[in-house]
Design a binder for this molecule. Sequence first.
Ligand SMILES: Cc1cc2nc3c(=O)[nH]c(=O)nc-3n(C[C@H](O)[C@H](O)[C@H](O)COP(=O)(O)OP(=O)(O)OC[C@H]3O[C@@H](n4cnc5c(N)ncnc54)[C@H](O)[C@@H]3O)c2cc1C
Length: 372
Amino acid sequence: MRQRIAVVGGGPAGLAFARVLHRHGFPTAVLERDPAPDTRPQGGTLDLHEGLGQLALDKAGLLAEFQALSRPEGQAMRILDTDGTVLRDWRPRPDDRANPEIDRGQLRDLLLGELEVRWGQAVTQVVPGTGDGVLVRFADGRQEAFDLVVGADGAWSRVRPAVSPVTPQYTGVTLVETSLNDVDTHHPDLARLVGDGSVAVYGVNRALVAQRNSGGHVKVYAQFRAPLDWHTHLDPADAGALRANLLALFDGWAAPVLDLLRHSTAFVHRPLYVLPVSHTWAHVPGVTLLGDAAHLMPPLGAGANLAMLEGAELAEAVATGPGDPDQAVRAFEERMWARARRWAEITTAGLERLVSPDPAEALALFDRVQPS
Ligand SMILES: Cc1cc2nc3c(=O)[nH]c(=O)nc-3n(C[C@H](O)[C@H](O)[C@H](O)COP(=O)(O)OP(=O)(O)OC[C@H]3O[C@@H](n4cnc5c(N)ncnc54)[C@H](O)[C@@H]3O)c2cc1C
């Protein structure tokens, strides 16, 4: 008899899992909390690495479509001093396809394709080990049984408690996301500052990063060390007050850099949380985790890549593995934990250096990882 398989969450991990299983002829129930695909903006741009996110897309048969949509020129990276001096200006070779950028919305549409997602299905709890397999409970009071439930429901996973008591902890770094529209027309100076890819400015315990998305859209990320409650005195609906607070935090930085904050709209507050670097759990038959649900780490270009590759690899293991599917899941978990641990170490150390008391640390890190 065919396994009843569900994946909770239609993000990069869940969709890559469902898409690769679909390619192998296995139906999967994709249970997504959002009521519809266009309920909320999907966020900024993602760089997909050759051996990670791109490998997942290859396993899903979507690499050629990705290459047509993605922006290799988006790999360009400029680093400025807080006084606006250009310290580094790195551009990829025209044939460089190592880490091209793609808008999250475009990636989601690519992964969705013809997949049938069950929208508006907020999972509240997963109960393994019942007589009829693993029970999934929903916010509207319904419940449904499956043989395998994959938790791909992100940082605040409702599936995670079925395998692990661990919860995310605040890193001490907060990120405020904001954006500029149609920069080439409305803010040509800022368009030049950001270039085809990203511009990053590192100060003492602060960083400002702006990234070009498609269609002249730019996402700006203000990052700083602060207590979790730094903003509780502010009205979240009062963009002017938030902007004034941010400008005060970055006081003294070059005017063109601060213009990124002065001209942007819609501020989203994102305190950065992480799971412990070596988060693992005792295997629970019928339940596993992928992506941020398994190994939330600082957002330094790895999370979505790992999430997608894990989704694709678990799908292949379930679809093609010999014998007991639970053995395949168990073996997959061991591989996932080892790889995620390496990336969690890298990104945790990276965050320490990028939002650091000594801005020279950030430059040294860039010089180490970026080919000259
Ligand atoms: C500012 C920022 C920039 C980043 N940049 C990059 C980058 O350049 N490269 C990179 O690789 N990574 C990047 N990341 C990290 C990346 O976004 C995450 O690691 C990735 O999205 C994780 O994918 P996921 O599928 O595991 O979880 P998510 O993307 O969080 O998806 C989870 C899905 O589950 C759904 N869901 C949640 N709860 C429930 C529930 N109870 N029931 C049903 N559905 C539910 C959600 O609606 C969502 O659709 C960045 C992160 C941030 C914050």
